[in-house]
Design a protein around this ligand. Structure first.
Ligand SMILES: NC(=O)c1ccc[n+]([C@@H]2O[C@H](COP(=O)([O-])OP(=O)(O)OC[C@H]3O[C@@H](n4cnc5c(N)ncnc54)[C@H](OP(=O)(O)O)[C@@H]3O)[C@@H](O)[C@H]2O)c1
Length: 247
Protein backbone atom coordinates (compact mmCIF):
# COMPACT_ATOMS: atom_id res chain seq x y z
CA UNK A 1 0.00 0.00 0.00
CA UNK A 2 0.99 3.64 -0.53
CA UNK A 3 0.18 6.45 1.88
CA UNK A 4 0.28 10.25 1.79
CA UNK A 5 0.49 12.32 4.95
CA UNK A 6 -0.31 15.99 4.45
CA UNK A 7 1.33 17.99 7.25
CA UNK A 8 3.90 15.23 7.65
CA UNK A 9 6.76 17.46 8.77
CA UNK A 10 5.94 17.81 12.47
CA UNK A 11 3.66 16.66 15.28
CA UNK A 12 1.10 13.96 14.63
CA UNK A 13 1.74 13.95 10.87
CA UNK A 14 5.43 13.15 11.34
CA UNK A 15 4.46 10.39 13.80
CA UNK A 16 2.10 8.93 11.15
CA UNK A 17 4.97 8.90 8.65
CA UNK A 18 7.26 7.20 11.20
CA UNK A 19 4.66 4.52 12.06
CA UNK A 20 3.85 3.79 8.41
CA UNK A 21 7.54 3.49 7.50
CA UNK A 22 8.04 1.00 10.35
CA UNK A 23 5.33 -1.17 8.73
CA UNK A 24 6.94 -3.29 6.01
CA UNK A 25 3.58 -3.76 4.26
CA UNK A 26 3.62 -0.06 3.32
CA UNK A 27 5.51 0.40 0.06
CA UNK A 28 5.81 4.16 -0.13
CA UNK A 29 5.10 7.03 2.24
CA UNK A 30 4.68 10.52 0.82
CA UNK A 31 5.07 13.27 3.43
CA UNK A 32 3.81 16.64 2.21
CA UNK A 33 4.43 19.92 4.00
CA UNK A 34 5.86 23.38 3.61
CA UNK A 35 9.62 22.94 3.54
CA UNK A 36 9.19 19.15 3.53
CA UNK A 37 12.48 18.57 1.74
CA UNK A 38 14.45 20.35 4.48
CA UNK A 39 12.33 19.55 7.58
CA UNK A 40 14.51 18.13 10.36
CA UNK A 41 12.25 15.26 11.47
CA UNK A 42 11.65 14.11 7.91
CA UNK A 43 15.37 14.37 7.05
CA UNK A 44 16.14 11.90 9.85
CA UNK A 45 13.51 9.49 8.54
CA UNK A 46 14.83 9.89 4.98
CA UNK A 47 18.29 8.78 6.13
CA UNK A 48 16.71 5.61 7.50
CA UNK A 49 14.12 4.89 4.77
CA UNK A 50 15.68 6.45 1.69
CA UNK A 51 13.75 4.36 -0.90
CA UNK A 52 10.35 4.45 0.78
CA UNK A 53 9.93 8.04 2.04
CA UNK A 54 9.26 10.80 -0.46
CA UNK A 55 9.08 14.40 0.73
CA UNK A 56 6.70 16.61 -1.24
CA UNK A 57 6.64 20.41 -1.02
CA UNK A 58 3.08 21.54 -0.35
CA UNK A 59 1.33 24.54 1.19
CA UNK A 60 -2.27 23.58 1.84
CA UNK A 61 -3.39 27.17 1.13
CA UNK A 62 -1.88 27.25 -2.39
CA UNK A 63 -4.11 25.49 -4.94
CA UNK A 64 -1.67 25.55 -7.91
CA UNK A 65 0.97 24.13 -5.54
CA UNK A 66 -1.43 21.35 -4.44
CA UNK A 67 -2.09 20.54 -8.11
CA UNK A 68 1.67 20.31 -8.75
CA UNK A 69 2.13 18.11 -5.65
CA UNK A 70 -0.62 15.75 -6.86
CA UNK A 71 1.10 15.48 -10.27
CA UNK A 72 4.42 14.76 -8.50
CA UNK A 73 2.83 11.89 -6.54
CA UNK A 74 0.99 10.59 -9.64
CA UNK A 75 4.27 10.44 -11.55
CA UNK A 76 5.49 7.91 -8.94
CA UNK A 77 2.31 5.95 -8.22
CA UNK A 78 -1.18 5.91 -9.76
CA UNK A 79 -2.82 4.84 -6.48
CA UNK A 80 -2.92 5.78 -2.81
CA UNK A 81 -4.53 3.54 -0.19
CA UNK A 82 -4.36 6.10 2.60
CA UNK A 83 -4.42 9.88 2.63
CA UNK A 84 -4.27 11.46 6.09
CA UNK A 85 -4.56 15.20 6.24
CA UNK A 86 -3.00 16.39 9.50
CA UNK A 87 -2.26 20.02 8.53
CA UNK A 88 -3.99 22.29 11.00
CA UNK A 89 -3.80 25.74 12.58
CA UNK A 90 -4.79 26.67 16.14
CA UNK A 91 -2.30 29.42 16.97
CA UNK A 92 0.52 31.31 15.28
CA UNK A 93 2.20 34.67 15.57
CA UNK A 94 -0.62 37.19 16.01
CA UNK A 95 -3.24 34.42 16.13
CA UNK A 96 -4.53 32.97 19.40
CA UNK A 97 -7.84 31.17 20.02
CA UNK A 98 -10.47 33.71 21.09
CA UNK A 99 -11.72 33.63 24.67
CA UNK A 100 -14.64 35.88 23.85
CA UNK A 101 -16.36 37.55 20.92
CA UNK A 102 -14.37 40.77 21.37
CA UNK A 103 -11.16 38.83 20.56
CA UNK A 104 -12.38 37.86 17.07
CA UNK A 105 -10.20 39.22 14.24
CA UNK A 106 -11.46 38.65 10.73
CA UNK A 107 -7.98 38.01 9.27
CA UNK A 108 -7.37 35.27 11.83
CA UNK A 109 -10.75 33.64 11.19
CA UNK A 110 -10.00 33.60 7.46
CA UNK A 111 -6.50 32.21 8.06
CA UNK A 112 -7.97 29.42 10.16
CA UNK A 113 -10.53 28.60 7.49
CA UNK A 114 -7.85 28.60 4.78
CA UNK A 115 -5.80 25.92 6.57
CA UNK A 116 -8.42 23.92 8.48
CA UNK A 117 -11.37 23.93 6.07
CA UNK A 118 -10.47 25.02 2.53
CA UNK A 119 -7.13 23.15 2.66
CA UNK A 120 -8.64 19.67 3.13
CA UNK A 121 -11.23 20.46 0.42
CA UNK A 122 -8.51 21.35 -2.11
CA UNK A 123 -6.46 18.31 -1.12
CA UNK A 124 -9.49 16.10 -1.81
CA UNK A 125 -10.14 17.85 -5.12
CA UNK A 126 -6.65 17.23 -6.49
CA UNK A 127 -5.76 13.88 -4.90
CA UNK A 128 -9.13 12.14 -5.28
CA UNK A 129 -8.18 10.46 -8.61
CA UNK A 130 -5.39 8.60 -6.80
CA UNK A 131 -7.88 7.20 -4.27
CA UNK A 132 -10.37 5.79 -6.82
CA UNK A 133 -9.25 2.26 -7.70
CA UNK A 134 -9.97 -1.40 -7.01
CA UNK A 135 -8.41 -1.61 -3.54
CA UNK A 136 -9.53 -0.31 -0.15
CA UNK A 137 -8.65 3.36 0.33
CA UNK A 138 -9.16 5.74 3.26
CA UNK A 139 -9.28 9.55 3.25
CA UNK A 140 -8.95 10.74 6.85
CA UNK A 141 -9.07 14.40 7.86
CA UNK A 142 -7.71 15.19 11.30
CA UNK A 143 -10.40 17.23 12.93
CA UNK A 144 -10.86 18.06 16.63
CA UNK A 145 -13.58 17.26 19.15
CA UNK A 146 -14.07 21.02 19.61
CA UNK A 147 -15.31 21.09 15.98
CA UNK A 148 -18.37 19.08 17.03
CA UNK A 149 -21.38 21.43 17.23
CA UNK A 150 -23.40 19.16 19.51
CA UNK A 151 -20.42 18.63 21.85
CA UNK A 152 -19.80 22.39 22.31
CA UNK A 153 -20.42 23.15 25.97
CA UNK A 154 -17.60 25.60 26.76
CA UNK A 155 -17.79 28.15 23.92
CA UNK A 156 -14.80 30.26 22.87
CA UNK A 157 -12.24 29.41 20.14
CA UNK A 158 -14.55 30.75 17.39
CA UNK A 159 -12.12 30.48 14.48
CA UNK A 160 -10.76 27.01 15.31
CA UNK A 161 -14.14 25.51 16.28
CA UNK A 162 -15.93 26.94 13.25
CA UNK A 163 -13.18 26.03 10.77
CA UNK A 164 -13.08 22.46 12.11
CA UNK A 165 -16.91 22.29 11.97
CA UNK A 166 -16.64 23.44 8.33
CA UNK A 167 -13.97 20.78 7.75
CA UNK A 168 -16.35 18.19 9.25
CA UNK A 169 -19.13 19.23 6.85
CA UNK A 170 -16.62 19.00 3.98
CA UNK A 171 -15.57 15.49 5.04
CA UNK A 172 -19.21 14.43 5.27
CA UNK A 173 -19.98 15.91 1.85
CA UNK A 174 -16.91 14.24 0.31
CA UNK A 175 -18.03 10.93 1.81
CA UNK A 176 -21.26 11.20 -0.19
CA UNK A 177 -19.89 12.42 -3.53
CA UNK A 178 -16.62 10.52 -3.79
CA UNK A 179 -17.98 7.11 -2.85
CA UNK A 180 -20.61 7.34 -5.62
CA UNK A 181 -17.73 7.03 -8.10
CA UNK A 182 -15.26 5.14 -5.91
CA UNK A 183 -16.93 2.44 -3.84
CA UNK A 184 -13.47 1.41 -2.54
CA UNK A 185 -13.13 4.68 -0.60
CA UNK A 186 -13.96 5.47 3.05
CA UNK A 187 -13.91 9.16 4.14
CA UNK A 188 -13.77 9.98 7.85
CA UNK A 189 -12.96 12.75 10.32
CA UNK A 190 -10.67 11.77 13.22
CA UNK A 191 -9.99 13.33 16.63
CA UNK A 192 -6.44 12.50 17.81
CA UNK A 193 -6.94 13.20 21.54
CA UNK A 194 -4.84 15.82 23.30
CA UNK A 195 -1.35 15.35 21.93
CA UNK A 196 1.99 16.85 22.97
CA UNK A 197 2.78 18.95 19.90
CA UNK A 198 3.49 22.59 19.10
CA UNK A 199 -0.23 23.04 18.40
CA UNK A 200 -1.38 22.09 21.90
CA UNK A 201 1.64 23.49 23.82
CA UNK A 202 0.01 26.67 25.20
CA UNK A 203 -3.24 24.93 26.22
CA UNK A 204 -2.49 21.62 27.88
CA UNK A 205 -1.55 22.78 31.41
CA UNK A 206 -4.65 21.22 32.98
CA UNK A 207 -4.62 17.97 31.03
CA UNK A 208 -4.04 14.89 33.23
CA UNK A 209 -0.87 12.95 32.30
CA UNK A 210 -2.83 9.85 31.28
CA UNK A 211 -4.96 11.93 28.88
CA UNK A 212 -1.98 13.55 27.16
CA UNK A 213 -0.59 11.42 24.33
CA UNK A 214 2.76 11.53 22.60
CA UNK A 215 2.46 12.00 18.81
CA UNK A 216 3.59 8.37 18.33
CA UNK A 217 0.86 7.13 20.70
CA UNK A 218 -1.84 9.15 18.97
CA UNK A 219 -0.72 8.05 15.48
CA UNK A 220 -0.75 4.40 16.63
CA UNK A 221 -4.28 4.77 18.04
CA UNK A 222 -5.51 6.46 14.88
CA UNK A 223 -3.89 3.86 12.59
CA UNK A 224 -5.75 1.16 14.58
CA UNK A 225 -9.01 3.11 14.09
CA UNK A 226 -8.26 3.44 10.34
CA UNK A 227 -7.50 -0.31 10.07
CA UNK A 228 -10.89 -1.09 11.62
CA UNK A 229 -12.98 1.16 9.33
CA UNK A 230 -15.61 -0.48 7.14
CA UNK A 231 -18.01 0.78 4.45
CA UNK A 232 -20.44 1.68 7.27
CA UNK A 233 -17.80 4.03 8.74
CA UNK A 234 -17.91 6.26 5.66
CA UNK A 235 -18.95 9.84 6.52
CA UNK A 236 -18.46 9.50 10.28
CA UNK A 237 -16.35 11.20 12.96
CA UNK A 238 -14.22 9.01 15.26
CA UNK A 239 -12.04 9.67 18.29
CA UNK A 240 -8.61 8.07 18.88
CA UNK A 241 -10.25 5.20 20.81
CA UNK A 242 -12.66 4.32 17.99
CA UNK A 243 -15.72 5.87 19.70
CA UNK A 244 -17.98 7.90 17.42
CA UNK A 245 -18.26 11.67 17.99
CA UNK A 246 -21.56 13.37 17.12
CA UNK A 247 -21.27 16.09 14.47
N1 LIG B 1 -2.31 18.32 19.18
C1 LIG B 1 -3.53 18.19 19.63
O1 LIG B 1 -3.75 18.09 20.87
C2 LIG B 1 -4.71 18.15 18.70
C3 LIG B 1 -5.98 17.99 19.24
C4 LIG B 1 -7.09 17.96 18.38
C5 LIG B 1 -6.90 18.04 17.01
N2 LIG B 1 -5.63 18.20 16.51
C6 LIG B 1 -5.49 18.30 15.05
O2 LIG B 1 -4.52 17.37 14.60
C7 LIG B 1 -3.82 17.89 13.47
C8 LIG B 1 -2.32 17.79 13.69
O3 LIG B 1 -2.00 18.62 14.79
P1 LIG B 1 -0.57 18.66 15.46
O4 LIG B 1 -0.80 18.75 16.91
O5 LIG B 1 0.31 17.60 14.90
O6 LIG B 1 -0.08 20.12 14.97
P2 LIG B 1 1.38 20.72 14.70
O7 LIG B 1 2.40 19.98 15.48
O8 LIG B 1 1.22 22.18 14.88
O9 LIG B 1 1.59 20.37 13.18
C9 LIG B 1 0.75 20.96 12.24
C10 LIG B 1 1.13 20.47 10.88
O10 LIG B 1 0.32 21.17 9.96
C11 LIG B 1 1.18 21.70 8.95
N3 LIG B 1 0.65 22.92 8.35
C12 LIG B 1 0.19 24.02 8.97
N4 LIG B 1 -0.13 24.94 8.07
C13 LIG B 1 0.17 24.40 6.86
C14 LIG B 1 0.06 24.84 5.52
N5 LIG B 1 -0.37 26.07 5.22
N6 LIG B 1 0.44 24.00 4.52
C15 LIG B 1 0.91 22.77 4.80
N7 LIG B 1 1.04 22.28 6.04
C16 LIG B 1 0.68 23.10 7.05
C17 LIG B 1 2.46 22.00 9.69
O11 LIG B 1 3.52 22.13 8.78
P3 LIG B 1 4.49 23.43 8.81
O12 LIG B 1 5.73 22.93 9.44
O13 LIG B 1 4.62 23.76 7.37
O14 LIG B 1 3.81 24.53 9.62
C18 LIG B 1 2.60 20.75 10.54
O15 LIG B 1 3.14 19.68 9.80
C19 LIG B 1 -4.33 19.32 13.27
O16 LIG B 1 -5.28 19.33 12.24
C20 LIG B 1 -4.98 19.66 14.60
O17 LIG B 1 -6.01 20.59 14.45
C21 LIG B 1 -4.53 18.25 17.31
Amino acid sequence: MNALIVGGSRGIGLAFARALLADASVTQVFAAARGAKSAGGLAELRDQYRDRLIAIELDITDEPGIERAAAEVRAITPTLNLLVNTAGLLHAEGLMPERRLADVKSDNVLRSYAVNALGPLLIAKHFQPLLAHGERAVLANLSARVGSISDNRLGGWYAYRASKAAQNQITRTLSIELTRRASNLICVALHPGTVETDLSAPFRGNVAAEKLFTPDQSAAYLLAVIAGLSRESNGRFYAWDGSEIPW
